[in-house]
Ligand binder design. Structure first.
Ligand code: SF4
Length: 66
């Protein structure tokens, strides 16, 4: 299953960044941008945000080697 990871170090304007999401799934908490449970994995923030700011990461729930 994939999840979204936010890399705050790549974001210069956090207010502008969180406005990219049409589902209000991006918010600022304690000064950093975070993704909340409203995320639909629409990936607009990945495409429209600063390069590397939002990343889709695949969770591997099975061993790579048997
Ligand atoms: S992946 Fe889509 S729904 Fe999730 S935070 Fe980014 S823009 Fe919003």
């Amino acid at each position: 299953m994939a999840r979204l990871v936010i890399h705050n170090g790549k974001i210069t304007d956090r207010d502008a960044f969180i406005k990219i999401c049409p589902f209000n799934a991006l918010e600022i908490k304690s000064g950093v941008a975070e993704v909340n449970s409203s995320c639909k994995m629409y990936r607009l923030c990945v495409r429209k945000g600063p390069e590397g700011a939002a990343e889709i990461v695949e969770d591997l729930n099975f061993p790579l080697f048997y």
